[in-house]
Design a protein around this ligand. Sequence first.
Ligand code: SAM
Ligand code: DTB
Ligand code: SF4
Length: 335
Amino acid sequence: MTLLIDKRPSKPAPTIPENYDPHASREAWTREDAEALFALPFMDVILRAQAVHRDGFTPNTVQMSQLLSIKTGGCAEDCGYCNQSAHFDTGLKAEKMIGMNVILDAAAKAKAGGASRFCMGAAWRAPKDRDMDALCDMVGRVKAMGLETCMTLGMLSDNQAERLAASGLDYYNHNIDTAPEDYGRVISTRTFEDRLHTLNTVRKSGMKVCCGGIVGMGEQAEDRIGLLLTLANLDPAPESVPINALVPVPGTPLGDSEPLHPFDFVRTIAVARIMMPKSYVRLSAGREQMSDETQALCFMAGANSIFVGDTLLTTDNPSETDDAKLFERLGISGE
Ligand code: SAM
Ligand code: DTB
Ligand code: SF4
């Protein structure tokens, strides 16, 4: 039997300079660079991503963050993927902001389970100024437990960002979700520029930026390129880049999107790692629906952060036991 071997040369792709510093001013990635990376044969892109990863990070080590929804549902925005929007009927019950004791209990459990960062999320377009005292108090108390702190609360004013930073908030999560060209298909109640404006506000306040997106929302391949291109060209690049696989929720406009092929998901992670060599790339939502093999390929492709704990904000996440087994099988240590 003859094996058909594709002898075409791999398309050239940019290389990362030895002393690459994401915080130094640098040349922007071009769309051609990103397209060339996405067009590489699967094994080549993974190999290259793992090499970039080993250059900048300790191999076989994955950072663990735990989420808590501090204010669930009833959100004024219409993000087409989200079960917490008041615009769609998904059966999710809207709740008030939860109490401090519940939050501190959850943070203690997260720490005991090995998480090093605690991320508090609220289903808001933006926090109200009257909520700021309680939010700053939460940050101070969670930080005092020896955890890194992260919040995701929607748009922020300069003053709100400065107050959160002064209370000790380490990271602010604010995703661009998809490419600028695809944004209007997904969300109509705010613009891509609104998102960039808050990201700039967070950066100015001195907090670290956690910014990523969602794939598997029925976007085109060029939108995944546009998403990563925009993220990688933020200057500096976000310290943390969550790549979420859509968790489809019936009742949301994007709830019946065709899932992305696992290889295309892994490829997206690999290109994110190559284009943002010093950022933590987080394998975020969607792990519950993913095989162990796909997750392992994501780690091979340079993902080095996950969310741990049974729930993300409102949807399921693999159990602590399942994650512990997976890490043991792969020889990965959580940090
Ligand atoms: N309301 C705030 C905001 O939108 O910035 C914070 C909470 S919001 C739920 C945080 C992020 O979760 C969104 O930006 C989106 O990327 C992600 N997300 C929400 N629903 C999701 C879903 N069903 N599948 C995957 N990711 C999702
Ligand atoms: C992010 O990029 N993913 C997390 C976190 N940032 C806030 C949220 C995922 C939410 C998945 C749907 C849910 O559980 O409600
Ligand atoms: Fe609201 Fe955030 Fe959900 Fe959008 S993603 S509907 S802003 S909670």
